[in-house]
Design a binder for this molecule. Structure first.
Ligand code: ATP
Length: 227
């Protein structure tokens, strides 16, 4: 079997994009599209969180965040939403999420956790973070807005990168354990900046899918008094 055949035989590779999506924005959509274009993924599984374990809970409720995510991903055959953690009020940690998916999908299924660089660099602060590599690959993409003073990876993360580095196209060859980078056109957008703009009555059309902005306006989300 040639390297090409081996790759073709492993096309069932699932990318996982977790977040609060409060709201989902064009940076998330660009990240998911870039992952599909640059990595050997069959689909991107969007995983909206309930009450995230490591930060304050969300501004919009679970139903609204899901409705916006459906609008942003609608009509895209290779985008799928996993709703199973949305209604959880107890903290959900990524290590638990990946263990659940691994149990559902079996040990042979290649899984790729997709992360923006802010999330990737914070990995050593996550619960049982080294176990993540037993459960999935990690693919990270640079995100504008990191300050030079934020520095590079902590030494313990650098050590994992040195051990586990792979090219994106290699991620289908095993189920978990490698770290790869992929590229996307830089998009300086964050949900928190969008919420602030909406509360201040500023334009967000260049930052949000049109249907998501229409939903926000129709449901009166992210008004000044609700932030
Ligand atoms: P907030 O501003 O509230 O922190 P956010 O915009 O970072 O929200 P999340 O739902 O926390 O959105 O992000 C989910 C994932 O998407 C994270 O891995 C994050 O790094 C990544 N991400 C979000 N926006 C971008 C962007 N503009 N470029 C690259 N990655 C991004």
């Amino acid at each position: 079997m040639s390297a090409f055949d081996l790759n073709a035989a492993n096309q069932n590779v699932i990318g996982i994009l977790g977040g609060t999506f409060d709201p989902v924005h064009l940076g998330h959509v660009a990240l998911a599209e870039a992952a599909l274009a640059g990595l050997p993924l069959s689909e991107v599984l969007w995983l909206p969180s309930g009450s995230p374990g490591h930060r304050a809970s969300t501004v919009a409720g679970a139903r609204d965040r899901l409705a916006m995510l459906r609008l942003a991903t609608e009509g895209r055959a290779r985008f799928r939403i996993d709703e199973s953690e949305l209604d959880r009020s107890e903290p959900t940690y990524t290590v638990h999420t990946l263990a659940r998916l691994r149990a559902q999908l079996g040990n042979a299924q290649p899984l790729v956790l997709l992360l923006g660089s802010d999330s990737f660099l914070s990995l050593p602060t996550w619960l049982r973070w080294r176990e993540l590599f037993d459960l999935a690959h990690i693919a990270h993409v640079s995100r504008p807005g990191l300050r030079a003073s934020d520095g590079g990876p902590r030494p313990e993360l650098s050590a994992e990168i040195a051990r586990r580095s792979a090219r994106g196209e290699q991620l289908g060859a095993s189920a978990a354990g490698r770290i790869a980078r992929f590229d996307m056109p830089p998009m300086d957008v964050s949900a928190s900046a969008i919420r602030a703009r909406l509360a201040a009555g500023q334009d967000t059309r260049h930052l949000l899918p049109a249907a998501v902005l229409a939903y926000i306006q129709s449901q009166h989300l992210y008004l000044k008094e609700t932030l």
